[in-house]
Design a protein around this ligand. Structure first.
Ligand SMILES: Nc1ncnc2c1ncn2[C@@H]1O[C@H](COP(=O)(O)OP(=O)(O)OP(=O)(O)O)[C@@H](O)[C@H]1O
Ligand SMILES: [Mg+2]
Length: 237
């Protein structure tokens, strides 16, 4: 489902962090949000989900103005976030964490969803009864994605899924994200790992000091000298 931000501003209390954001994620696409540490990616993602203070502007989801909806209402409409750092329930089992994903949303076929999650991430079926805290970092990220899938996302917001992951584990997550997208879910993904993200997204925005500094098709950004220097590590090579 499409997501559109217009003149969007957000921060903490009255302190602004992201300003004047205009962006659009069309239905069915994967769109990236790149930016260095502290650029404001998490603040933007959280404010879109109603979890940080929105200070101005407008949010449209599936063509409707949802600016003033609560985070619970947004989840019920299918705007689901996989937060940076995962925020799993560490003492609870894999299965219980997945059940929590379905808990807030009425009318979902929980059993069928869980089978779908297990088919995307077979390791989670094997670890079904294990406490989430005992999973590896990669498995925890799979569980965080799995829990979001349990909520019936129509648009999935993913904040820094590469955090703490080995390259192979991140590749696997990106692979599943592509499959989820191909099956019809719109995806918005915030990442510092520009090179890999540009390989999977259709379109990308670059956030610098809380503002959109560049945007474009992946191929254009990959060919842009300034983007290369700032985000693809060319200057450090
Ligand atoms: N709870 C908070 N209260 C006040 N300021 C905050 C809070 N969380 C973040 N900030 C500030 O907001 C700015 C943007 O932080 P944010 O976490 O959104 O960046 P980010 O792009 O997600 O960075 P990272 O790549 O490290 O996750 C930073 O200057 C940060 O210090
Ligand atoms: Mg962040």
């Amino acid at each position: 489902m499409s997501l559109r931000l217009t003149g969007f501003c957000a921060g903490y209390g009255r302190v602004p962090v992201v300003r004047d954001i205009n962006l659009e994620i069309a239905t069915g696409r994967i769109v990236g949000l790149l930016g260095a540490n502290g650029a404001g990616k998490t603040t933007l993602m959280r404010a879109v989900s109603g979890l940080a203070t929105m200070q101005g502007g407008r949010i449209e989801f599936a063509g409707n103005d949802v600016t003033s909806l609560s985070s619970a209402d947004l989840v019920a409409r299918g705007l689901i976030q996989v937060p940076q750092g995962r925020h799993l329930f560490g003492e609870m089992s894999v299965r219980e964490n997945l059940e929590m994903g379905a808990y807030l949303v009425a009318g979902l076929d929980e059993k069928a969803r869980m089978q779908e999650v297990f088919s995307l991430f077979p390791i989670l079926r094997e670890r079904e009864r294990q406490a989430a805290a005992l999973l590896s970092g990669g498995e925890q990220q799979m569980l965080a994605v799995g829990r979001a899938l349990m909520s019936g996302p129509r648009c999935l917001l993913m904040d820094e899924p590469s955090l703490g992951l080995a390259p192979k584990a991140f590749d696997l997550i990106l692979d599943v994200i592509k499959r989820i997208n191909a099956a019809g879910t719109t995806v918005f993904i915030a990442e510092q790992n520009a090179r890999k993200v540009l390989r999977v997204v259709h379109y990308c925005y670059v956030l610098e000091n809380g503002r959109i500094a560049a945007e474009g098709e992946s191929s254009l950004l990959l060919a842009d000298d300034r983007i290369q220097r700032s985000y693809l590590g060319v200057a450090h090579a």
